[in-house]
Design a protein around this ligand. Structure first.
Ligand code: GLN
Length: 307
């Protein structure tokens, strides 16, 4: 490890272990998602966290070798990829940039908005964006995204085919209704390829280290993609935790994104990234243990961007 210069690197391993243990206890109040059989059977007590600081310092705790599907944590990275590949106009012609007040899979939200997906962090927006990923079919599109992300992040994301089978085992009528409504409103052309791509990219999987490395792409930016990273972080901050995003801005004050697998990624601009995995979810579909730990770290180290 290198000498530390960031606030993040002042965190002591013992402190992290104490909070993580408390986070596991708190997660007992959460639920596993019933609609994806493999996620419904996840180990509720499983917990992993990886903290990466911009100075190269890192700290982790728990089941760090455990792999898990990104699920909705892939959404900011689909957005980043498309902003870089196609540009802002193509992306925001297809999806809005306003926070939503309804759940991540709400058809009502889409109907309220006359069929235009409200933002890229909810299912409608991500399904619409999945249809823009270059490639002949879903496999090729997901592969293009995976290759790009692994290059940018030096991560080892892979498609968890068993998870994908599990996702496909119980057809998600809600996502179908969302896709069909967008075809009707003209925001989507082909619902089948969009959903197939969306389901596949949600099954991109890795460890908490891979997830933290993805977060570091947003932190490090750089000349080529920095502008787009700013856009993605802004949308994570305003929309990343769905209808809980406003509350999180007060309590944590950091861009973040959750997934129904229990994955949670938060980035601290100019400082680093915090990635965690803890399956039980609260009613908004965000990881109970992950949020508890994030709040503890952010408050103690005064990481809020509003500080
Ligand atoms: N694939 C999941 C779904 O469409 C992703 C949702 C999530 O992680 N919140 O329901």
């Amino acid at each position: 490890m290198k000498t530390s210069t960031s606030k993040l690197s002042s965190l002591q391993p013992e402190q992290l272990a104490t909070w993580a243990t408390e986070a596991i206890n708190r997660s007992n109040s959460g639920q596993l998602p019933a609609y994806i059989p493999l996620l419904a059977r996840a180990d509720r007590q499983r917990f992993a966290v990886q903290i990466m600081a911009i100075d190269g310092h890192f700290l982790n705790w728990g089941s760090i070798a455990q792999t898990f599907p990104l699920m909705s944590v892939v959404k900011p990275f689909v957005l980043l990829y498309l902003l870089c590949e196609l540009g802002e106009k193509a992306v925001f012609d297809c999806v809005g940039c306003e926070p939503s007040e309804m759940p991540f899979n709400s058809l009502t939200q889409l109907e309220t908005d006359k069929g235009k997906p409200r933002n890229p962090m909810i299912n409608s927006g991500a399904i619409a964006l999945a249809s823009l990923i270059p490639g002949e079919n879903a496999v090729e599109r997901c592969q293009n995204l995976r290759t790009w992300l692994n290059q940018q992040a030096n991560s080892q994301l892979f498609v968890d085919e068993l998870m994908l089978d599990s996702v496909n085992a119980m057809p998600n009528q809600n996502n179908w209704d969302i896709a069909l409504a967008m075809v009707e409103s003209g925001y989507l052309q082909n619902s089948e390829i969009a959903l197939e791509t969306y389901n596949r990219v949600c099954c991109l999987s890795g460890t908490v280290e891979d997830l933290a490395k993805l977060g570091m792409v947003l932190v490090n930016g750089g000349e080529a993609i920095g502008e787009n990273c700013r856009t993605v972080k802004a949308l994570m901050a305003t929309c990343g935790l769905y209808e809980a995003s406003g509350r999180l801005a007060l309590r944590v004050g950091l861009p973040a994104k959750s997934g129904v697998s229990g994955a949670l990624l938060s980035v601290i601009p100019g400082e680093g990234a915090i990635a965690s995995y803890s399956p039980p979810l609260n009613k908004e579909g965000n990881s109970v243990g992950g949020l508890f730990l994030l709040e503890k770290i952010a408050k103690t180290l005064r990481l809020s961007v509003f500080d």
